[in-house]
Design a protein around this ligand. Structure first.
Ligand SMILES: O=C(CO)COP(=O)(O)O
Length: 253
């Protein structure tokens, strides 16, 4: 089995301002620089308005910067939208696509998410493709089927372990303080890796990073990331506090 380097990714969502450029991103970059042993990669995804400032702040440090969304097109008449290449030009290396909040708030379906992920790859960004079931779907016993459908429908053509990360984020666990149990998360992650194997082959599936997201905190990160198919976290609320985000990274074994 290929060793997968854990990825600790923070999704700031629509939070943060100029104060967080130094106070959050800068602080994390300094901690990373001061840490000799660092068995993980770390990424922050601030709002688009802060990507350039954060990228400038952390330049030369191991801390990576990503966007939270991109358009499917390279450019054009799409008021208010952002192209993947624009994020890349600012210094971003990653972009989140298909977050459940965007699927809900902006009606993004799997085909749109796939097109966004492909736009990200074309621009040289790593796509973090999000999937996850609602509580109603889980209660109806549809968890594995829903996640399989979303994964197959959202996976970009040309996905490799180097350019694509999958994030499993059960909608009912996001921002609720109610996290999936390690067993619940692992069950879905194992299915994801199996489905990836069917479309990409066993070697690529074994090397691709699968993140868990949904109320990941310092107190539950270790047991989640100890699961065989969980390779890090996509963290919302706890990524807005330097100490909490750092503590989650320290939970990597
Ligand atoms: O949606 C998430 C990350 O993308 C998870 O958010 P919380 O960590 O706040 O539950």
């Amino acid at each position: 089995m290929t060793a997968r380097r854990p990825l600790i990714a923070g999704n700031w969502k629509m939070n943060g301002g100029l104060a967080q450029v130094d106070g959050l991103a800068g602080a994390l970059a300094r901690r990373l620089a001061d840490t000799a042993e660092r068995p993980f990669d770390m990424l922050v995804c601030p709002p688009a308005t802060l990507v350039a400032a954060v990228a400038g702040e952390v330049l030369g440090s191991p801390l990576m910067v990503g966007g939270q969304d991109c358009h499917t097109a390279e450019s054009g008449a799409h008021t208010g939208d952002i192209a993947a290449a624009m994020l890349r030009e600012l210094g971003a290396s990653h972009v989140i696509v298909g977050h459940s909040e965007r699927r809900a708030d902006h009606g993004e379906d799997d085909a749109t998410v796939k097109a966004k992920a492909e736009a990200a790859l074309a621009a040289g960004l790593v796509a973090i493709v999000c999937i996850g079931e609602t509580l109603a779907q889980r209660d109806a016993g549809e968890t594995l089927a829903v996640n399989r459908r979303q994964l197959v429908g959202s996976l970009p053509a040309g996905a490799t372990p180097a350019n694509t990360v999958i994030a499993y984020e059960p909608v009912w666990a996001i921002g609720t303080g109610r996290t999936a149990s390690p067993e619940q998360a692992q069950e879905v992650h194992a299915m994801i890796r199996q489905v990836l194997g069917e479309s990409l082959g066993a070697e690529a599936a074994g090397a691709m990073r699968l993140l868990y997201g949904g109320s990941m905190k310092p107190g539950n990160a270790a047991e989640l990331m100890a699961q065989p198919d969980i390779d890090g976290g996509l963290i919302g609320g706890a990524s807005l506090k330097v100490d909490d985000f750092w503590a989650i990274a320290q939970a990597v074994q």
